[in-house]
Write a protein that binds this ligand. Structure first.
Ligand SMILES: [Zn+2]
Length: 306
């Protein structure tokens, strides 16, 4: 398990017994100035780069224990469209990196992406969850390095591609994690990152529209952005420590020395229905035409200079 980062220190233990730590600086840009954003969820806004992050937050040890609980990944097995989703994502990477190269998937979970990616690439993964790593090895025969990327002893300049599918929002130190990926890439290698989209302005406008709709149909209006407090109880599904927009995500890749080679919408849905496919392509088209990201998940890739 990774050590508590320097940018954080032990904080109070709240009523549910969860150990938490204060975050002293933004994990995206390093600035200390912040403003309260969503106090119910301990979310603050960086005054320098606009990233939203959780402080205080559960400690890395508490988060690692949560992910390693047996059965954590069971619901994924019930989604029939997941294999097709991973094949689409694999084809997207293959447009950026020649097939046959060595790919490292950070936070590979139970290995569903590896099962698709190993058809085109030589594959390695990392995973903090002992349960996820075990499943990835047993089900798909994957090479999985168990632990946090920042604590693993992997050779520099080894990989043609590194992927992080909805991982960067979970890590304690996003900037240090991207910097580590930069070191691990070969010259000319590509880092591809997908995260949820927290474009505040859009969400606010959408909730205003939603509120107007609610009034029209005589329902109590919904307002503002709802984010859950991270209590790591049975109701907790996701542990998002940083909330990105396409702007903050691409800023981070560029600030880490990568040249941007793609930005857009992440094709994240395991729902293979026609309605979801049409929705995805509508969001992608809207982004290409307007530059604005209405989709709930975003994708960016950067190339290490040759
Ligand atoms: Zn910042």
């Amino acid at each position: 398990m990774q050590a508590t980062p320097d940018s954080a220190k032990a904080a109070e233990t709240p009523s549910n017994g969860l150990p938490r730590e204060h975050v002293e600086a933004c994990g995206v840009c390093g600035a200390r100035e912040r403003a309260t954003f969503q106090p119910m969820a301990d979310v603050v806004e960086c005054m320098a780069c606009g990233a939203l992050y959780v402080s205080p937050r559960p400690t890395p040890a508490a988060i690692g224990e949560f992910y390693s609980r047996l059965g954590h990944y069971d619901h994924w097995d019930r989604e029939p469209g997941r294999a097709a989703m991973w094949q689409r994502r694999t084809r997207r990477i293959a447009k950026l990196v020649p097939p046959g190269g060595l790919l490292l998937d950070v936070g590979t979970g139970q290995g569903d992406f590896g099962a698709a990616a190993k058809e085109l690439f030589r594959f390695e993964g990392t995973e903090v969850s002992s349960e996820g790593a075990r499943l990835a090895r047993e089900r798909h025969g994957l090479t999985v390095h168990e632990g946090d990327l920042l604590g693993l002893d992997l050779p520099r300049g080894r990989y043609d591609a590194i992927t992080m599918w909805h991982v960067l929002e979970h890590v304690a130190e996003p900037r240090a994690t991207v910097a580590r990926c930069f070191d691990l890439l070969k010259p000319g290698g590509v880092l591809a990152v997908a995260v949820p989209n927290t474009d505040t302005k859009f969400i606010l406008s959408r909730t205003e529209l939603g509120a107007a709709y609610d009034v029209a149909v005589k329902r109590p209006p919904r307002r503002g952005i709802w984010m859950p407090r991270l209590l790591l109880e049975s109701s907790t599904e996701e542990i998002h420590l940083t909330h990105f927009t396409l702007g903050t995500l691409t800023w981070l890749l560029r600030a880490s020395g990568l040249s941007l080679c793609e930005r857009g919408v992440d094709d994240f849905s395991a729902d293979a229905s026609l309605r979801h496919r049409v929705e995805h392509h509508a969001h992608a088209l809207f982004h290409r035409v307007t530059g604005f990201t209405s989709a709930s998940c975003i994708f960016a890739a950067g190339r290490k200079p040759a």
